[in-house]
Design a binder for this molecule. Structure first.
Ligand code: PLP
Length: 392
């Protein structure tokens, strides 16, 4: 058998690798606590579940949906963007459903990139910013996110020759994996830069609804001129505990929205109408649910900040996202530290380089586990450190 080479160009999907290790350990009888994957542990809000049930019982949802999405879903998305972000969208041309943010991140690359083109992708970053462009036979130019730059890419460092071939700039704030939030003026600079260099900005807004301490994350589309140069991918996955539902939106520039939709008419047949109705319920009836989730993550975040400080790992509490991006103790690499934590403490954390080369020296903790498991995980790491098995 012969297979297409495009899959070989992509490193093994990080979470598949973590999942494999987890299954292996658990099969060996180890009670592993996984802080590796950002998958909310709490249930989807009741109103969303009810809408799905009612939708599934209505036989009119049982046929092929359209890739445009229902009028009701597009109107709900428009209403949400207006009330939450003060952004006006045309429901007919500026918003379209996606089967989750991940699908949109990957497929938008196929709609925008030709072989030899360049995609500019944050490093560390969500892995599909790399795999999507590679599947399009394009190249990826990494934009390092450094602590000194508040984890914002320095666009002036991109070489001219690369910029000439670049067509897509992925951005993601609040950011996975660093937990960073956008600084004022940065989106404005990105719009100006995209205009000057004919780039399409794809802003991945997967985390705007998980915010703490009064911080409210903006939409990229709030930025003047944003709709001229790009789109935003929005997802209810994290804010409404809907990772399993495969629901999302692409909103903004009408031409990009249409090209993405056109691509998808050839690949999928749209989002199950009952899931569309459930998404409407999330964006309307359950609009405030993410605030409750943010409070849960805030509590867990504070618990972890304190515990990490007690073992000598100082971290600034993130203002958004359920993630901590933590420097490994002196003398360790990301890999050696995560291996050791798994072996000695039975706790799985994500090694930084899994998100790109600039992740070396860091690991990521996800707060998407129940409080008592999180406390137990931190206690176990602390015990290993105190006993000298792991040295900080
Ligand atoms: C930055 C980022 N974008 C997009 C997603 C995808 O979310 P979904 O496909 O569930 O909407 C995730 C999920 O972890 C993410 O971290």
């Amino acid at each position: 058998m012969r297979f297409a080479r495009r899959l070989d160009a992509v490193p093994p999907y990080l979470f598949a690798e973590l999942e494999r290790k987890l299954v292996e350990k658990r099969a060996a009888g180890v009670d592993v606590i996984s802080l590796g994957i950002g998958d909310p542990d709490l249930p989807t809000p009741e109103a969303v579940i009810e809408a799905l049930i009612a939708g599934a019982r209505d036989a009119s949802t049982h046929q092929y949906p359209t890739n445009h999405g229902s009028q009701e879903l597009r109107e709900a998305a428009v209403g949400f963007y207006r009330e939450r972000f003060g952004v006006e969208l045309d429901p007919g041309s500026e918003v379209v459903p996606a089967l989750g943010g991940k699908e949109a991140v990957g497929h938008i690359a196929l709609a925008l990139l030709d072989p030899g083109d360049v995609a500019l992708a944050p490093d560390p970053g969500y892995p599909p910013y790399t795999s999507g462009p590679l599947f399009a036979n394009a190249e990826v130019h990494y934009l390092p996110l450094d602590e000194e730059n508040a984890f914002l890419p320095d666009l002036d460092l991109i070489p001219g020759e690369t910029l000439e071939r670049a067509n897509v700039l992925y951005l993601n704030y609040p950011n996975n994996p660093t937990g960073a939030v956008v600084q004022s003026g940065y989106f404005e600079r990105a719009v100006e830069f995209a205009r000057a260099n004919s780039l399409v900005v794809v802003h991945d807004n997967a985390y705007s609804e998980i915010c703490f301490d009064g911080y409210r994350a903006p939409s990229f589309l709030e930025t003047p001129g944003a709709k001229e140069v790009g789109v935003e991918i929005f997802s209810p996955s994290k804010g409404w505990n809907m990772t399993g539902w495969r629901s999302g939106l692409v909103a903004g520039n009408a031409e990009v929205v249409e090209r993405y939709r056109q691509l998808k008419t050839n690949l999928d047949s749209g989002m199950f109408e009952a899931v569309q109705r459930a998404t409407v319920a999330a964006l309307t009836t359950a609009r405030d649910f993410p605030r409750e989730m943010s409070e849960v993550y805030r509590r867990r975040r504070d618990l972890v900040v304190e515990a990490l400080a007690a073992i000598g790992l100082e971290v600034a509490p993130p203002k958004a996202t359920p993630y901590f991006w933590v420097r490994v103790p002196e003398g360790h690499t990301s890999e050696s530290f995560t291996e050791l934590v798994l072996e000695q403490a039975g706790v799985l954390v994500s090694p930084g380089p899994a998100y790109g080369p600039s992740g070396e020296g860091f690991f990521r903790i996800s707060l998407t586990v129940p409080d008592e498991r999180l406390e137990e995980a931190v206690r176990r790491i602390e015990t290993s450190l105190r006993s000298g098995i792991i040295t900080a």
